[in-house]
Design a protein around this ligand. Structure first.
Ligand code: FMN
Length: 265
């Protein structure tokens, strides 16, 4: 990183953040939890409409179940604070119903809209931006965090567990807790060079030579039988892995239900 912002506490915090998966069992205080939630709620939100909700999972049995439903990740059960960030259009459409908005549409002869794919994406943006604000707020309190993307799996089970309705989608979960031991010992994970990520004015599709350069310092060892190169290893270890297949299935179900046009609100 350049010298710009040297000694700036916020930038140092962003620079030194790393995912924490092993937690000190010490619980967070209510004041700390409130601060993390407050940080999340100060995040920018589309039209200031807050198209998200946050579920704090305090029930240990539920955390234990999430370990299983989120691709067998034991650190979920041991996290002192677990928050699920929901893309939520239910709240607004329930309000529209209370306000007899459909009736007004009928009266003036315009079609009443129910949430579609674009609304889901917008609500996901809101929820994810709130989640990242929570992560940074926690970091400022020296509380570590770990995103759990696998919360999008097993939609049927998660709907039942958390009483989720059609226009509420769990886009991300975050585990929080004080790091066990010295977090500085966990090395910062490397990133691709900026030139492969940051373009000016136009998207730049990479060619074979770019990829060779982009991956030249990437040291990852995935034990994938039959894979002959890094691309094949990444594909089979990540994007064709069982959890990715389950994500695709589960999200397809959620999007179908979310965007289905019918009169049942
Ligand atoms: C959308 C998203 C989903 C993630 N899902 C998981 C997960 O399910 N389990 C996990 O241990 N880490 C998860 N992570 C954490 C990443 O593995 C981590 O951010 C990445 O390896 C980079 O490391 P760093 O955060 O320490 O820089 C997720 C991160 C993001 C942004």
């Amino acid at each position: 990183m350049s010298k710009t912002g040297k000694n700036n506490k916020t930038l140092e915090l962003i620079k030194n953040r790393r995912t924490i998966r092993t937690y000190d069992p010490k619980p967070l205080t209510q004041e700390e939890i409130n601060m993390v939630i407050y940080g999340a709620m100060r995040a920018p939100t589309a039209g200031n409409m807050m198209f998200y909700s946050i579920i704090q999972v305090t029930d240990q049995k539920m955390k234990d179940k999430l370990v299983i439903t989120c691709d067998n990740q034991p650190h979920i059960a041991k996290a002192p604070l677990v928050l699920i960030f929901l893309a939520d259009m239910q709240r607004w459409w329930d309000y529209f119903k209370i306000c007899k908005t459909r009736e007004l549409c009928d009266e003036i002869g315009v079609e009443f809209q129910t949430p579609q794919e674009s609304d889901l994406l917008l609500a996901c943006c809101d929820a994810l931006i709130a989640a990242q604000n929570a992560v940074i707020t926690a970091e400022a309190l020296r509380i570590g965090s770990c995103y759990i993307g696998d919360i999008v799996e097993n939609i049927e089970i998660h709907r039942k567990m958390f009483n989720l309705t059609r226009w509420v989608f769990p886009i991300i979960m975050v585990c929080f807790g004080y790091p066990k031991g010295n977090k500085e010992k966990i090395p910062l994970t490397p990133r691709f060079s900026q030139k492969f990520i940051h373009f000016t004015n136009k998207y730049n599709r990479l060619n074979e030579q770019d990829f060779t350069e982009m991956f030249q310092n990437v040291k990852r060892s995935y034990d994938v039988k039959q894979a002959k190169n890094l691309g094949q290893k990444f594909y089979f270890a990540k994007l064709a892995a069982d959890y990715s297949m389950e994500m695709r299935r589960s999200v397809k179900v959620a999007i179908k239900d979310w965007s289905m046009k019918n009169n049942n609100m």
